[in-house]
Design a protein around this ligand. Structure first.
Ligand code: ADP
Ligand code: MG
Length: 256
């Protein structure tokens, strides 16, 4: 069954300078536990789309439904992870991860237990009492992911979550996210501009056109090889990569 359904979604930004159509007639759906990745040229409306689904931005027309109910604002059913880590610098790792649970009034013992489970899942069990400024960028982003997971949302919305990380840390994070996704069965909608990352992580990839953003292509990722760095040279992987790159080049008006 479709958990998330986006139908004929349009977004027009209005300002003194005029109108900008950011999204045009976007239609897609995501099944429960599916990992869907969105790629597209810079400025095509990816963040706008995920922010509308997250309830942080209003749509101009069309509909966004989760489990058949219209999205009318932010909600505990969706958890968002952005490129910036946005941790509370005055709270240690565990208190950062517990934050949402505390707001919900979960008891101290229960939130400690839940936080520990997710801190372990992101591999930071030895850093539960470290402060954010003692952590590397990759570790901070792990805390941000654990904090979102601790709220146990139905859907994870991730907007270029690894965009600020160095290449090596990124690979490690990709592998742990694939692991987390398998362990939790969470539904994930993930934006990236890294095509390798899209193919390694996605069950399905949506390719957007340049602004006004539309869905240009939809690719089911079926690879016979393991989804790790060894896949980068797999013929099936390369075929998908070429298909996406050709499309993005075309969108950017470059010919080869
Ligand atoms: N609050 C806003 N007001 C006006 N225009 C906006 C606003 N937010 C985004 N845009 C415009 O909408 C388009 C899509 O932006 P965005 O969703 O951030 O793209 P992406 O994430 O794909 O790079 C861009 O042209 C951007 O300038
Ligand atoms: Mg963006």
């Amino acid at each position: 069954m479709d958990q998330l359904r986006v139908e004929h979604l349009n977004k027009i930004f209005k300002s003194k300078q005029g109108e900008v159509t950011a999204l045009q007639d976007i239609c897609f759906s995501v099944r429960k536990s599916e990992f869907v990745v969105i790629v597209g040229p810079s400025g095509c409306g990816k963040s706008t789309l995920i922010n509308i689904i997250g309830g942080l931005e209003e749509r101009s027309s069309g509909s966004v439904q989760i489990e058949g109910k219209d999205v009318e604002g932010p909600g505990a059913d969706r958890g968002m992870v952005f490129q910036g880590y946005s941790l509370f610098p005055w709270l240690d790792v565990q208190k950062n991860v517990e934050f949402g649970l505390k707001m919900k009034g979960v008891s101290k013992a229960e939130r400690a237990q839940t936080a520990q489970r997710y801190i372990e899942m992101v591999g930071l069990e030895n850093f539960a009492h470290a402060m954010p400024d003692q952590l590397s960028g990759g570790m901070k982003q792990r805390v941000a992911i654990a904090r979102t997971l601790a709220n146990e949302p139905e859907i994870l919305l991730m907007d270029e979550p690894f965009g600020a990380l160095d290449a090596q840390t990124r690979v490690v994070m990709q592998e742990s996210l694939a692991d987390i996704s398998a362990k939790t069965g969470s539904t994930i909608l993930f934006i990236t501009h890294d095509i390798d990352e899209a193919i390694l992580l996605g069950d399905r990839i949506l390719v957007m056109s340049k602004r006004p953003g539309t869905i240009r292509d939809e690719i089911e990722v079926t690879l016979s090889c393991a989804r790790d760095h060894s896949a980068l040279t797999d013929p099936g992987f390369l075929e998908i990569k070429k298909r996406i790159m050709d499309m993005l080049w075309e969108e950017m008006n470059l010919s080869r």
